[in-house]
Design a binder for this molecule. Structure first.
Ligand code: URA
Length: 432
């Protein structure tokens, strides 16, 4: 078999066999195929697409390019994954609730890149918390306290890591077959047999339209069916940031408040919906409304918060920062964002807000960049709220005073005001 023939075949819009896909993935992972040939094949796939069978073979091949965890000794493990968003702290709130309700949580989370944040970075803003556990420590924690949350191990779907990085350099990130196989390869390698996917849709997400989000969801569900995994996709709105905070430490503060029951309405809707479908997939209840009630009771009883504390302590975190959130310092420099008119907030553009938070220090532009845990944005108001002239809408936080002026200019255009009342929309667009 030879890579030039494989590129030629895809260029001619023909279907690649499983053997040809395995040949490419295996040899590219060990660098026997150079980047320029891999780039040619990925571009041909981008332009000509893949059949359902090709997408599944591509996914399984990437999933098996490194370690594949076997979590079967924990029973019904349900994984949750978001396709990325701004202010998205749902994993941090939802997974302790699921663990408190008796579902084993063995969660590997990613780091942030560009305008979207990463759960692993956020939780590391609690001093001492370790995301780099060995597989044995990870398993032991799930066995002992029912939950562990770590970052991805180096050898999980290494082919995806290489192809994802390559796609970024050749303008091939926005391909539904490539995104679907990238996400599902990591989920399959991470070992769960049931998966709930939060497919975000809107300005702060990969999928900008509902049609694309539906197509991505259907593609991932089909990959699941063809590879023996049960998948539910929940399409959620990502036009404005989720909740009231964007930035690592700020989002941890909001997470702790949410686990104590003080939850923004948009967060509550997403947590209750995703959580009730996780409970359903785990065989803990068929009735979605009853599942939502169990989640609310779990929060009200304090059990969800207690499970979070247990997780932080078990992974080396200093729980005094959770018990007294005043200890979680905000950045030194701050600036209030106001408007010189009164009215209803019509838009808070998630993508621009993500970029502003990143610019203030909360995110990375390149993988190697260091992040400022204290930087970010706190919103006092959300879309649909009424504001008086000069009332504070948001507060910018950074440790780099030189950034504030430009950040203010960036954010000004992202917030729009209307004279007419604006209705708050549902967060859940579709369940597939
Ligand atoms: N998330 C992934 O893991 N891969 C993609 O291609 C896009 C989003």
């Amino acid at each position: 078999m030879n890579i030039v023939e494989i590129i030629e075949k895809k260029k001619q819009k023909k279907e690649l066999s499983k053997e040809e896909i395995d040949f490419f993935i295996n040899n590219y992972t060990i660098s026997k195929i150079p980047d320029y040939q891999a780039a040619a094949l990925i571009m041909a796939i981008y332009l000509n697409g893949m059949t359902k069978q090709e997408i599944t073979d591509f996914t399984i091949s990437m999933a098996h390019s490194g370690d594949v965890l076997d979590l079967s000794d924990f029973g019904n493990v349900v994984d949750k994954h978001s396709t990325g968003g701004v202010g998205d702290k749902i994993t941090l709130i939802l997974m302790p609730i699921m663990a408190a309700l008796g579902i084993p949580v063995a969660k590997m989370s990613g780091r942030g890149l560009g305008f979207t944040g990463g759960t692993a970075d956020k939780i590391e803003s609690i001093p001492g918390y370790r995301t780099d556990l060995s597989e044995d420590e990870f398993r032991n924690n799930v066995k002992e306290i029912g939950i562990s949350l770590i970052t991805q191990t180096a050898n999980l779907a290494p082919a995806d890591k290489k192809i994802y990085a390559l796609r970024d350099t050749i303008s091939c990130t926005d391909s539904i077959p490539l995104i679907a196989s990238s996400i599902m390869s990591k989920k399959i390698a991470a070992g769960a047999n049931k998966i709930v996917l939060d497919v975000t849709c809107g300005s702060g997400a990969f999928m900008k339209t509902k049609e694309d989000a539906i197509e991505l969801s259907k593609t991932m569900k089909e990959i699941g069916e063809l590879s023996g995994k049960e998948v539910t996709c929940i399409i959620t709105k990502m036009d404005e940031p989720l909740g009231k905070t964007v930035g690592n430490k700020l989002e941890i503060i909001e997470t702790i408040e949410a686990l104590k029951g003080n939850m923004e309405e948009d967060i509550k809707e997403v947590v209750l919906t995703l959580g009730s479908y996780i409970l359903k997939l785990a065989g803990k209840g068929e009735n979605i409304q009853e599942n939502k009630n169990s989640i609310l009771e779990c929060i009200a009883s304090g059990n969800a918060y207690k499970k979070f504390i247990q997780l932080i302590e078990k992974q080396g975190g200093d729980i005094s920062y959770v018990e007294d959130i005043q200890k979680l310092n905000k950045a030194k420099e701050m600036l209030n964002i106001t408007k010189n008119i009164s009215g209803y907030i019509k838009k808070i553009d998630a993508e621009t807000i993500g970029k502003v938070a990143c610019f203030l220090g909360a995110g990375r532009n390149k993988k190697e960049d260091k992040i400022d845990m204290e930087a970010g944005i706190v919103f006092n108001k959300k879309v649909g709220d009424y504001i008086e002239k000069e009332e504070i809408i948001a507060i910018l936080y950074t440790n780099d005073i030189d950034k504030l002026k430009e950040a203010k200019q960036m954010i000004d255009g992202a917030i729009e005001i209307s004279n007419n009342p604006i209705e708050k929309e549902n967060m859940i667009l579709e369940i597939i």
